[in-house]
Design a protein. Structure first.
Length: 226
C-alpha cells in the first residue's frame, strides 16, 4: 500500500508544481494559518504528504503523520515523522496536542467510518480548547471535477465537516466554504505575490475562485473523545 501511495503522488505533480505548492503553503502559513497555531504548541499534520504545510509551520513540536514513505524524505529538520494511520494515533496520549491540521486528506480515505475514526482520534489527542484545522475540496462547488482524481472516495462539503466536528465534541470557531482554488495542477501563473494578493482580497477572491473549505473546530473544555 505504501509503495502504491508513493507512486501515485510522485506521478501526480511534476517538480515545478511541487515547488509551486511549497511557495503557496509558505504564504498561506504566514498570512492565514499562523494565527491559529502558537509558538509553544504541539502541532500534528494528518496526511502530511510532502510536508508542504508542516515544514513552514512554527511550533514547539511538529509531527507529520502519513503512510507515504516519501514523507520522511520531505520533512524539514525538527519535524517528527510517524508512519501511522490517521485513525489510530496510538503514539500520542490523550490531551497531548494543541493543534491538529489536515489538508486534502479526508476525501482519500476509504469509508465514512474511517473518516469518523479520524475525528475521534483528533478529539482524543487534543487538549481541552485545542483546535482542529481542516482544508479540503468542497463537493458543493466541485461536482464536475471532484472525481477526476482516482483516489477520491468520500465526497465532503463544509456542512459535512461542521456536522462531524459537532458530533465529536467541537464547537465551530471559523468557517470559509470557499477558501482556495481546487488545485495547483496545471497552474501557469506561479508567482508568490499572486497568492498574497489572493489572500488579501478575500472574501472577494474566494467567492470568485474558491473551491476548497477552511474550517476550525475547537474542542469543548468539558468534552472528551466520543
Amino acid at each position: 500500500m505504501s509503495d502504491k501511495l508513493a507512486a501515485l503522488y510522485a506521478n501526480r505533480f511534476d517538480d515545478a508544481e511541487r515547488a509551486w505548492k511549497q511557495d503557496v503553503w509558505r504564504v498561506l502559513w504566514t498570512r492565514v494559518l499562523s494565527r491559529w497555531v502558537g509558538d509553544a504548541d504541539t502541532l500534528v499534520d494528518l496526511g502530511a504528504g510532502y510536508c508542504e504545510f508542516i515544514n513552514h509551520a512554527v511550533a514547539r513540536r511538529r509531527i507529520a503523520v502519513d503512510l507515504n514513505p516519501d514523507t520522511a524524505n520531505s520533512a524539514a529538520a525538527g519535524v517528527e515523522v510517524r508512519s501511522a494511520s490517521a485513525d489510530d494515533l496510538g503514539f500520542l496520549q490523550r490531551s497531548e496536542v494543541d493543534v491538529v491540521f489536515t489538508s486534502n486528506f479526508l476525501e482519500h480515505l476509504p469509508s465514512k467510518d474511517v473518516v469518523a475514526r479520524v475525528f475521534s482520534e483528533a478529539a482524543r489527542v487534543l487538549k481541552p480548547g485545542g483546535r482542529f484545522l481542516l482544508v479540503g475540496p468542497n463537493i458543493r462547488y466541485l461536482a464536475d471535477q471532484y472525481w477526476d482524481f482516482f483516489d477520491h472516495h468520500i465526497p465532503l462539503s463544509h456542512a459535512t465537516i461542521c456536522e462531524l466536528l459537532k458530533l465529536h465534541g467541537f464547537r465551530i470557531e471559523h468557517v470559509e466554504p470557499r477558501f482556495l482554488p481546487y488545485t495547483v495542477k496545471g497552474t501557469r501563473l506561479r508567482w508568490s505575490w499572486l497568492v498574497s494578493l489572493y489572500v488579501s482580497l478575500r472574501p472577494l477572491s474566494s467567492a470568485l475562485l474558491g473551491k476548497q473549505f477552511f474550517i476550525v473546530g475547537r474542542k469543548h473544555t468539558d468534552a472528551g473523545a466520543p
